[in-house]
Design a protein around this ligand. Structure first.
Ligand code: ATP
Length: 745
């Protein structure tokens, strides 16, 4: 019989071989990159762009090989037929193409996450290989073939790789999310590998791994449907920029850098939504009815004048007549094109009517070339331009919306569905900054307005022909090089033809408002308004979506308490739901207390089982009102001492209602909590942060000091539920006033 030490030594050999191969591949890619770069900037433009394309390709590949260093190998499957299969971050073969490591996303790795004693899927033993750096520090076996099992078996908890999992859950937090690839649980794996098509809603209580699952699913889909998704791209939408920074290392560590991440506020390139507004105003802007308001605001800008306008031109008179304008508007509308594009037809129609008036006044027949000149003269006559613009104004989305908000009569005409009070709430100065809730409205407006794309369309025709030539050229290039394993001819052609700096799919997609993605992942999706959904769905016409959230954690007034109420109208009932039920983050006693609070507040809470308990995880302390701030600061600094390890990992959050944040920050600093740049966006690297529940959404900390929970509840019950479920080790509640129901008993 082998001892654990023998097993560790055995695994070390295999791990050494795999890292050796990784080093070889890195060296190979580096030297290819150096060779391409050595060729320098000479040669034809075609040669140069080809070299640039290969250089970025090798850079990407190198970045991928560098990013998978940590826990490259983490699993082994011993199969019924005696074969062994190692599972890791990426797939690797040796020079003879023998598989050294199976990519965790490959079908051959599925059993690592799914096999159970009841359904062993051809697996006798599943082994978790635990490494630190490149050294194997432990192995953990689960025997799935019951005939091989001696003793009671180790399948009792239902958690797979329990030791490795619990070690991961216990580890001090760093302020950045890590991947869970070594310990994905079966219910999570089923979601990650769920088919690409259709909209999948993942509902789960706090800490059930929704964000982790969403990110691993994005990586899985890119692997399993690479040909389809590498060119259309995958979009991941998160609740805030802070959150995006919190998760930004996860996908690269899974070998994927091609996902575009954004927030709803950043969805429209060129629009900076730096403004703030009360929740109830944002709620109005988020209502589905605003789509009709915007549409009406656009059609209001196609207007028949009350009076005719008479214009003298070269001694003759033309009249912009209301009835002509009415007819030209009606005709242009029948084209069903966006406002700015249909305007081209309107103007053409009006000019030819005016030209006819002009020609009628001439005593001779006008040859065609002179007629064109007359049209040009009319077009460039100032009064005519003004009259036609008043009838059909060329507009940008920003101008449309700014005018709508700034002029009460415009809003009254466009938004009869809103009450006068509601309309008054929307009023704003024309140059006020945009808010996040304005962004979906600007997107809606951009869609209805369109851009005058005549030139663009002509260019597109030429580009399509050029593209044909580039793809076939790229195919030839790939046949002559070894790059075909990790890039398609279409993608390489994209890079050849990008012109200027070589852009990746993600870069091109992020810069283009009208880009349509192959798949969209939405996290904290319960917060999205109806208008935000419209903006998102425009970007994924195939409706291939992963929608992740928890309807009990909703804080925005425009968000959802029920998935069906939110999604049925936008997805016409066509979506499927999967549930996550195990809380991995929060100790059981803290999760239970949060559950009681949520139930007392009537939140639609998902059932939750906690993966672990931590002794004394929940502490509730009453202090005098005057001592509350300093007590919180002391508690935070003491907690930091307890949780911080020698590497500097270990994070503490003080969560309170917005009105207390500044004072608490100053107190934490005075108490010796390290000074950090606390301005927005939040500094995730600070060991102690003071923030509101809303800012804490999606994040986690080792220890949370929750100050005056009654005040957080007064803002929203969802916020209190979020705040209580952020810690991985302990929740310390400090209060001077009464406790919310559920916490007090
Ligand atoms: N299978 C797993 N193995 C290891 N850690 C896991 C696993 N699943 C979840 N976790 C950990 O549990 C914590 C919570 O995960 P995550 O943030 O994805 O949950 P969530 O459901 O999005 O939470 P919330 O809704 O509260 O924001 C993270 O630290 C995550 O790494």
């Amino acid at each position: 019989m082998t001892t654990p030490d023998d097993e560790i030594a055995l695994e070390q050999q295999q791990v050494d071989v795999v890292y050796g191969r990784l080093d070889e591949l890195r060296a190979q890619t580096r030297s290819r990159l150096a060779a391409v770069r050595r060729e320098g900037p000479s040669g034809s433009p075609q040669n140069r762009s080809e070299r640039d394309a290969f250089a970025t390709l090798y850079e990407d590949r190198l970045a991928q090989l560098e990013a998978v260093e940590e826990r490259l190998v983490f699993g082994r499957l011993d199969l019924d037929d005696g074969a062994r299969r190692y599972v890791g971050r990426i797939g690797l073969t040796d020079e003879e193409q023998t598989q050294l490591l199976t990519d965790w996303r490959a079908p051959a790795a599925r059993a690592f996450y799914r096999a159970t004693a009841a359904h062993p899927e051809g697996v006798q033993r599943r082994r978790h290989v635990v490494t630190r750096g490149r050294t194997v520090t432990g192995v953990e076996d689960e025997v799935l073939d019951l005939d091989l099992l001696d003793g009671d078996g180790d399948e009792l908890t239902g958690l797979s790789g329990e030791g490795a999992l619990l070690a991961g859950l216990r580890a001090a937090r760093t302020g950045r999310m890590g991947d869970i690839v070594a310990t994905i649980q079966a219910e999570q794996d089923a979601i990650i590998r769920s088919e690409l098509g259709g909209a999948l809603v993942v509902q789960g209580g706090p800490g059930t791994g929704k964000t982790a699952v969403a990110l691993h699913r994005a990586a899985y889909l890119l692997y399993a449907h690479r040909r389809l998704l590498e060119r259309s791209g995958v979009l991941l939408v998160g609740p805030s920029r802070t959150f995006l920074r919190y998760i930004d290392q996860v996908l690269p560590s899974l070998g994927e850098t091609g996902v575009v991440t954004t927030t709803i506020a950043d969805l429209v390139p060129g629009v900076v939504a730096s403004g703030d507004e009360p929740e109830h105003v944002a709620q109005i802007k988020g209502r589905a009815v605003m789509a009709r308001v915007i549409a009406r605001a656009v059609s209001d800008r196609q207007r028949v004048p009350a009076e005719p306008t008479t214009v003298r031109i070269d001694g003759r008179t033309v009249v912009v007549r209301p009835q002509d304008v009415a007819q030209a508007i009606a005709r242009a509308r029948r084209l069903h094109r966006p406002h700015n594009l249909a305007r081209v037809a309107f103007v053409r129609d009006m000019l030819s009517r005016l030209a006819a008036q002009y020609v009628d006044q001439l005593a001779f027949d006008v040859p065609p070339d002179e007629r064109a000149e007359i049209l040009e003269d009319l077009r460039s006559t100032r009064e005519i331009r003004i009259a036609l613009n008043l009838a059909w104004m060329p507009l940008t989305p920003q101008k449309l919306l700014a005018d709508l908000y700034a002029k009460p009569w415009r809003l009254e005409s466009a938004a009869p569905q809103l009450s006068a009070d509601e309309r008054a709430l929307l009023a704003r100065e024309p140059d006020a900054p945009w808010t996040p809730a304005d962004v979906p409205l600007l997107d809606e407006a951009a869609e209805l307005l369109g851009e005058d794309d005549q030139a663009a369309r002509a260019q597109a025709r030429v580009a399509a022909e050029a593209r044909q030539r580039e793809v076939s050229y790229a195919r030839q290039v790939l046949e002559q090089t070894s790059a075909g394993a990790f890039v398609s001819a279409e993608l390489l052609a994209d890079r050849f033809s990008a012109g200027g700096p070589v852009l990746t799919t993600a870069e091109r997609a992020a810069a283009d408002r009208t880009w349509t993605y192959g798949h969209v992942v939405v996290d904290e999706a319960q917060e999205l308004s109806a208008m935000a959904w419209r903006a998102l769905l425009r970007r994924v016409p195939t409706r291939s979506l992963t929608i992740v959230g928890d309807v009990a954690q909703t804080s925005s007034a425009a968000g959802a308490r029920q998935w069906a109420a939110m999604l049925d109208p936008v997805l016409r009932g066509s979506w499927r739901q999967a549930d996550l039920t195990v809380n991995y983050r929060t100790p059981a006693s803290v999760a239970d207390a949060a559950g009681r609070v949520a139930d007392a507040a009537g939140l639609p809470r998902s059932p939750l089982t906690s993966a672990r308990e931590v002794p004394d995880a929940l502490v509730v302390t009453r202090v005098e009102d005057a001592a509350l701030t300093s007590a919180a600061a002391t508690a935070a600094v003491d907690a930091l001492r307890a949780v911080q390890d020698e590497t500097g990992a270990g994070r503490v959050a003080v969560i309170a209602a917005a009105g207390r944040v500044d004072e608490l920050r100053a107190a934490v600093e005075a108490a010796g909590g390290e000074r950090a740049d606390q301005r927005a966006p939040l500094d995730l690297d600070a060991p102690v942060v003071v923030l509101t529940a809303r800012q804490a959404k999606g994040l986690e900390f080792d220890h949370v000091v929750l100050v005056e929970p009654g005040e957080v509840l007064a803002v929203s019950a969802g916020d209190l539920y979020v705040a209580m479920t952020r810690p991985t080790r302990a929740l310390h509640v400090l209060h001077a006033r009464g406790l919310p129901a559920g916490l007090s008993d």
